[in-house]
Design a protein around this ligand. Structure first.
Ligand code: SUG
Length: 416
């Protein structure tokens, strides 16, 4: 039975605010702040529990081994002598944003009838460019069953790929064939365009997608310049619904027409710029919501509680759910620690359409396994990390010990 499973990245013990992501306004604004890794990870666990309570299947990925000494070594440096920006990059807990882990094409969309996953190379940002090896190791275990899954390595340089954050899928139901949309950016603006069109094309070929059910759409340059460093900051799709800001795509009419031609049942829920400006959309992250199909019917938006704090946004959303559109419920969640680095509820999860029985059960969240994770986090995750602590060798030890305790509790020592 194919169903959508959301795999959340458990927020790692080195979560900190080093301002590493150019073009990500929250990351820049919070550079130098003191982070709270324990609270961050507990917020992530609470979000998973809330989704389980909605009746949604849930999975998780482990934090990666940080600081990444091997990466520093390949740069001919080490923790003691690395320049601060490299040290910070080696410590980054950015794998928490699992929407950037991979691009996923569910089995009904692919030529060989398997679910294909391509690891994102994340090559645009140095601190994220060394994520993929650890993520690949994890996906190879979680989706080891080759009758149902094919896990691919990254698209080669120089074609930047940031995974599912720039990929949308429309379908009549998760288990039915879908139309896959690859959203790409064009370089040249004041902020980097992280997703290259060639990466999307390579993934579509590799996954065996049907050309008539595959679209490549340019992200709006205005949106990137306003701080939408990934498409999922301004648009999200689920089943027949595309929930989008009016300024998400470079050529709005052409984009809507192409999507409708490939997928006639399309329902567009568009938020006009006159109601919510791009700046407010990015501040509130209303589109970085998990748009989910509720088991009892209808769709819900699991969105950051920050959306409640922007009156134009919350007013628009309340009016929307009071109407008779497809989105019927708003579920605010507190992921403030992740939000302060530019990661909302949708960034924290990778959607995989699969039969949960075909996934390694160690990656599936149950209330009991979340209890276990929560206990380890409460005991081992640092309460806070100030920027200058990254230079303290004791922090590296604390972070490694914490992750090892989690891997052991969840029977995932194999990830070492
Ligand atoms: O890549 N932030 C992440 C946020 C990723 C959000 N993901 C999605 N939109 N799907 C990024 O910019 C901040 C790290 C720092 O500044 O320390 C960071 O990497």
């Amino acid at each position: 039975m194919l169903t959508e499973i959301n795999f959340d990245g458990i927020i790692g013990p080195s979560h900190n605010y080093a301002g590493l992501s150019l073009g990500n306004i929250a990351s820049a604004n919070n550079a130098g702040s003191v982070s709270a890794p324990r609270a961050a990870a507990l917020q992530g666990i609470a979000k998973m529990r809330a989704n389980l309570a909605l009746g949604l299947p849930q999975g998780f990925f482990m934090p990666l081994d940080r600081p990444n000494i091997g990466w520093l070594d390949r740069l001919a440096t080490d923790m003691a002598s690395a320049e601060p920006h490299l040290r910070a990059a080696s410590f980054s807990a950015s794998s928490m944003w699992a929407a950037n882990a991979a691009t996923v094409s569910p089995a009904p969309d692919t030529r060989d009838g398997r679910c294909h996953l391509t690891i994102a190379n994340l090559m645009t940002m140095p601190h994220r460019s060394h994520e993929w090896t650890g993520t690949l190791a994890q996906l190879q275990i979680a989706f080891a069953d080759q009758r149902h899954f094919a896990v691919h390595g990254p698209v080669p340089a120089p074609f930047g790929d940031e995974g599912a954050a720039n990929h949308m899928r429309l379908c009549d139901g998760h288990g039915a064939p879908g139309v896959e949309i690859f959203v790409y950016g064009k370089a040249g603006g004041r902020f980097p365009a992280r997703q290259h069109i060639e990466a999307g094309k390579a993934i579509a070929r590799r996954h065996g997608l049907a050309p008539e059910r595959t679209l490549f759409i340019q992200q709006s340059e205005t949106a990137i310049a306003a701080g939408a460093f990934h498409n999922d900051v301004v648009a999200v799709a689920n089943e027949t619904v595309l929930f989008t800001h009016e300024q998400a795509f470079e050529d709005r009419e052409a984009a809507y027409a192409a999507i409708r031609a490939a997928f006639p049942p399309l329902q567009i829920v568009e938020v006009p710029a006159s109601a919510v400006s791009l700046a407010d959309a990015i501040k509130s992250y209303l589109f970085n919501a998990q748009l989910v199909s509720l088991p009892g019917g209808g769709q819900a938006l699991v969105l950051p509680s920050e959306a409640q704090a922007v009156p134009t946004v919350w007013g628009w959303l309340e009016a929307m759910v009071a109407g008779n559109g497809p989105i019927r419920k708003l579920v605010p969640v507190d992921v403030r620690q992740s939000m302060a680095n530019g990661g909302g509820p949708a960034c924290l999860r990778l959607r995989v359409v699969a039969d949960p029985a075909t996934v390694d059960p160690r990656f599936i969240a149950t209330p009991e396994r979340l209890d276990l994770a929560e206990r380890i986090i409460a005991e081992y995750w640092p309460e806070s990390i100030a920027p200058d602590a990254l230079a303290d060798p004791a922090l590296a030890d604390t972070v490694r010990t914490a992750r090892a305790a989690l891997l052991s509790a969840l029977d995932l020592e194999a990830l070492g």
